[in-house]
Unconditional design. Structure first.
Length: 212
């Protein structure tokens, strides 16, 4: 069993530094989706538990549906609003982000990271990978992309009440098929680095309850 960490758009594997250090009892690997350098995605192994932040949760499920367990942090079933009301942003909002990124990739990424408490970034952005990440957000829909939309076994959803990107209802949708929901009053869209103690305590309890 390993914790398989996957970061969200405009971030890198270092966003899990504070959280991962608080979970020393479990083996860990981290994917790097290549937004600021070469991509590195460790091979999936039986028994891996996905720990996905934001779009990293969707990326993980788009690669495999048979995770031994799933931890979704600041995550969502769909990013763009659909006709059924599920989603986080209007299509026009994502198009505006894509246009801002096309005009000034480095400035757009730095502003996005700063907005969510992750700093302005250091390494130059990989424009191609980040643009592909936005396209992924445009089409990601758990109910279309995963053979079975749930329940995943077992599932933990970590939510922040003051997340200004992912509405509370959008995260709650992930837990409606039998998952466990853990709510933090604060932390915004960056729970792994703004509230690592909350995340680690909740994840640790979840893992122990399920025998890991």
């Amino acid at each position: 069993m390993r914790l398989y960490f996957v970061h969200g758009w405009a971030f890198g594997p270092e966003c899990f530094d504070a959280l991962a250090a608080l979970l020393p009892d479990w083996p860990q690997v981290r994917a790097d989706l290549g937004f600021f350098g070469p991509a590195r995605t460790p091979a999936f192994l039986p028994g891996d538990v996905l720990v996905g932040h934001s779009a990293g949760f969707g990326w993980g499920l788009s690669r495999r549906a048979d995770w031994a367990g799933v931890v979704a942090i600041n995550a969502f079933a769909r990013f763009v609003h659909g006709g059924d009301g599920r989603g986080c942003v209007r299509p026009a909002e994502l198009r505006a982000l894509q246009k801002a990124f096309a005009r000034d990739p480095a400035g757009c990424v730095a502003a996005f990271r700063a907005r969510h408490g992750g700093g302005g970034g250091g390494a130059p952005p990989n424009v191609e990978a980040l643009a592909a990440g936005l396209e992924f957000l445009a089409r990601w829909d758990i109910f279309r992309s995963v053979e079975s939309a749930g329940p995943f076994a077992p599932t933990l959803v970590l939510v922040s009440e003051d997340d200004d990107l992912v509405p509370l209802d959008a995260s709650k949708n992930l837990a409606q098929s039998g998952g466990e929901l853990a709510l933090s009053a604060t932390g915004g869209h960056g729970l792994p680095w703004t509230a690592p103690e909350f995340c680690a305590a909740t994840i640790g309890n979840f893992l122990r309850r399920h025998g890991w």
